[in-house]
Each structure stands twice: as C-alpha cells, then as structure tokens.
Ligand binder design. Structure first.
Ligand code: AHR
Length: 321
C-alpha cells in the first residue's frame, strides 16, 4: 500500500511539472490563431497586435494564414485540435459553414473565440465568446455622417462592399442602408464587392465611373479604408477630386486613410480597433483558470474620425503595420 501511495504521488508530481513543450516548469498557454490572410492594412495591424499581445502574456501563439479561404481555416483548426492547443482564435472569413469544425473543437474540449467577425449558427455553445465591433453601428455611423454632410441635396452613392458572405459586409451594408433610408436625397446607385482589397475596389470603381456616364457622383461609401484608397486612385485617374467633388466615408481608421484625409482626398472614417487578440487571450486565460464562461460578446469601441485630427492620428498610428 505504501508503495502504491508513493507511486501515485510521484506520478502526480511529474504531471504537475509537465508543460506542453515537455521542458517542465510553469505551463505556457498554447493558442492557435486561424487568421483570414492579409487582404487589408487593418488585417496586418490585427495580426501584429495579436503577436504583441501574446508575447506580453507569455502565450505561445501559433498563427495560420488562410489566404482568404474557408477550407484553409477549417484545416488549420483541425491541425490545432490535433496539437491539443489550450484555445483557438478564429477570424472567420465568411459567416456560415462553421458548425462541423466547431463541434470537433468542442468535442476535444478546446474553447474557440471569434475575432473581429461573427458567424451564423443555430448553436452558440459552439464558441466561447466573440470579440468584435458592432458592425451594423459602423455602417449606420457612416450613413449618418453622409446624410448630415450633404444637407438635403441629391446624393448618388457608390458602395464598395467587403467580402461576399462575411459578417462585416452584411452588417455594414445593413447599417448604412438603414441610415440613408431616412433621407430620400441619398441613394445608393451602385453596390458591388471589392473583397476588402485595394486592387479589386479600384477595378470596381473604374467600372462604376464608366457605367455612371454623365451622372454626377456625390459620394463613395467603402466597407473598409483599403478599398477607399483604391477608389480614390480610380477617381483621381478619371479626373475627379475625391474628398472635394466626391465625398468619401469608410471604415477601419488605418494610417493610410488618415494620410488621405490630411491631404484632402478623403472625408471620414469609422474606427475599428485592431486590438482584438489581447481581450481574447485574457478571456482564455481566465476561463482556463476558473472555468467560468465569459460574456458571449465583447464589444470593441466604435468612433468616427474627421480630417481635423487626421494629421495627428496619422503620426500616432503610422507604425501600426
Ligand atoms: O473583419 C474586419 C474587416 O476585415 C476589416 O474592416 C477589413 O479591413 C478586414 O479585411
């Protein structure tokens, strides 16, 4: 009996001293991060912020770049499950199609936190929490600014949507539409996806300018700043003056849009903070410690920026990516 007790005690001590790297000492939290890719400056800033947040917290963060493809994200999550990570951060490229892989993570007892985008599911128990902004509010804020700015005059608008089927594209459209529905003078005359990238948005804007022919364009609303930068290039190449003849409002608040605002080429941006991973890692650490589920949604702040502070904001943020 004494031998048995001794063996149990030795095994318990050995297990307590084991970490995931097998080097002993205190256990380092290992977290897999399935990132969408690097389609925008904002996305790069979010990845950089995640690396920094992990380093500050002593977390082993394993980042997988899905290059915009959901199937790559599903493979990455499966690999994280096989590695037995302590938690998974998922920035879901589109809103649907996650249930199966999230069920696999749940069955393996690995909590998943959604970053910056929401998913559509009938079973919210499949993820622990979501750290995102209110994306409908972002669209509404952009619309409210435009309605106020044009003061009742006729305003045909080109809308550049984000990735088809992604939660920010769906929600930012919804919020903007709801806001401008109150003003009969503001009309979206063309709405197309620029996939959150500069190059695609520039192409879409070029074709919009052509197809609108003589119609005076009043404003461009882009679901992110990178697409607005592409649109600004297209407008300038067509001899138009963005920021003056054509108003611009977009979302993210990346350094380049502040530069454009300071130069007089853009008018407004709604901020989306790239600091998503830090609160998510803190939630995972707390959950790992006490097993208490955090709130289902951690909402990040939303704020409108105008040219008056653009030069200072550019200086403050220029090293973000
Ligand atoms: O999900 C957040 C959005 O994704 C950002 O607004 C956009 O820049 C990024 O691609």
């Amino acid at each position: 009996m004494r031998h048995l007790l001794l063996a149990v005690a030795v095994t318990a001590l050995a297990l307590a001293g084991c970490d995931k790297s097998g080097e002993g000492g205190s256990s380092k939290m290992v977290v897999g991060f399935s990132q969408i890719g690097s389609e925008s400056g904002w996305r790069t800033a979010e990845t950089n912020a995640a690396r920094k947040a992990a380093a500050e917290r002593g977390v082993d963060l394993r980042i997988s770049d899905a290059q915009q493809r959901q199937e790559n994200q599903i493979k990455a999550i499966r690999a994280f499950i096989a590695q037995g990570v302590d938690g998974i951060l998922l920035a879901p490229v589109v809103a649907t199609g996650w249930d199966q892989i999230l069920r696999e993570a749940k069955a393996a007892n690995i909590p998943v936190i959604l970053l910056d985008r929401q998913i559509e599911t009938q079973d919210p128990s499949l993820y622990l929490s979501a750290v995102t902004s209110d994306q409908v509010l972002e669209g509404r804020m952009a619309g409210d600014w435009l309605v106020k700015e044009v003061k009742g005059r006729d305003c045909p608008v080109v809308e550049l949507q984000g990735t088809v089927g992604s939660s920010p594209a769906i929600a930012r459209k919804k919020g903007f539409d709801a806001s401008v529905a109150k003003a009969s003078n503001v009309k979206v005359v063309r709405s197309q996806s620029g996939d959150f990238t500069r190059s695609k948005a520039k192409e879409v804007m070029e074709s919009a300018i052509k197809s609108l022919g003589g119609t005076r364009l009043c404003a461009v609303y882009a679901h992110n700043d990178d697409m607005m930068i592409g649109a600004i290039q297209a407008l300038k190449e067509a001899g138009l003056k963005p920021g003056k003849d054509v108003l611009t409002v977009s979302i993210d608040a990346v350094p380049d849009i502040f530069k454009a605002m300071a130069d007089g080429d853009a008018n407004a941006t709604v901020e989306l903070t790239p600091e998503m991973a830090a609160p998510a890692l803190d939630m995972l650490a707390a959950y790992k410690k006490d097993g208490k589920a955090p709130p289902k949604w951690k909402q990040t702040p939303t704020k409108l920026y105008l040219p008056d502070t653009a030069a200072a904001e550019y200086e403050r943020r220029k090293d973000q990516y």
